[in-house]
Design a protein around this ligand. Structure first.
Ligand code: ZN
Length: 313
């Protein structure tokens, strides 16, 4: 059994961000418009540090390189860079409408970068809330026409959501988080985003840059059906529910009501506590904690009352 790696999150201000990361999660955030908590990540734009223990103060990127045995990566099969990024996102206002390329497109057009697949677990939202997932164009010609002519009302597909909903955003999926939504995002560690539309908003007097040509290149037509885009999940006492398994990650929802026992036999497992508190093999866990269970960790006993979103590769 190795040592749990507790993370020190990195916070990002954003024009659309709010105060819930402080008010709801108790984090010390840099201001009143904080959009993102990068809970577990080693991306160059937000490289988390280990919060305590043997590796206290070390950046996750360095740990990945210097101690591959912690991640079952001695032979480098999981890549040169830590592959996942976990964020909690507080959208006070609507985010711009975006799409991500896949690995193949990003490799050619973005200097060898990775593409991006991501997924969302809805923690909180307003009543009758929606998200933008997919679009209404039936053919690529119609897609081009709608985008070029700015027929946004027709183009954008909004889907109703409630807490506990899970949404997988494959590359090529048009998507946007709407104001009032708090969610946990599990994603490939990449920052390649194409902005399709920004509601004609101005930022410092100017519209933000759009990436129309790239967006038209990568958007999937037609979009996955609305029914297949959102999975409703419910609390099941003392249960581990798999939310998705895709080539980049597997994500689980864990509801601890009394006691859950499992076995960490993966190269590494990421955990974010999103509700309540309890213990993991006797170590205290509380809402807002983000941690990594290293390779070979073995038996895991969770006790208390909490909800955890966990992931692995
Ligand atoms: Zn995205």
């Amino acid at each position: 059994m190795g040592e749990l790696l507790f993370m020190k999150p990195v916070f990002k201000e954003a024009v659309w961000g709010g105060k819930k990361l402080r008010e709801d999660f108790g984090y010390e955030i840099p201001g009143d418009s904080t959009g993102e908590c990068w809970g577990i990540g080693a991306h160059k734009n937000g490289d988390c540090q280990i919060a305590e223990g043997t590796y206290k103060g070390e950046h996750l990127s360095k740990l990945w390189t210097d101690h591959p045995e912690l991640f079952g990566n001695e032979d480098g099969k999981y890549g040169k860079e830590f592959p996942l990024l976990i964020k909690i996102i507080d959208a006070k206002d609507d985010l711009s409408i975006q799409v991500h390329p896949d690995d193949a497109y990003a490799k050619v057009h973005e200097n060898g970068s990775l593409g991006k697949t991501e997924c969302w677990f809805i923690l909180d939202c307003k009543e009758n809330a929606t998200l933008v997932v997919g679009h209404n164009a039936k053919t690529r010609e119609e897609l081009e026409q709608m985008i070029q002519e700015g027929k946004w009302k027709k183009f954008i597909r909004e889907i109703p959501i409630k807490p506990g909903d899970f949404i997988q955003i494959d590359p090529g999926t048009v998507h946007a988080i709407k104001g009032g939504t708090l969610l946990l995002e599990t994603q490939q560690s990449s920052d390649i985003t194409y902005r399709v539309y920004d509601y004609d908003r101005l930022s410092n007097g100017k519209p933000r840059q759009l990436h129309i040509a790239q967006s038209i290149d990568v958007i999937t037509v037609p979009a996955k059906s609305a029914e297949n885009s959102v999975v409703h999940t419910e609390k099941k006492d003392d249960a581990i529910q798999q939310l998705i398994q895709c080539p980049y990650y597997t994500v689980y929802r864990i509801d601890v009501e009394h006691r859950v026992e499992t076995w960490q036999d993966k190269p590494f497992v990421l955990m974010s506590v999103v509700k309540g508190e309890g213990t993991l093999n006797g170590t205290h866990l509380k809402k807002g904690d983000h941690l990594i269970l290293p390779d070979g960790y073995g038996k895991v006993e969770l006790q208390g009352r909490m909800q955890i979103i966990a992931s692995t590769i």
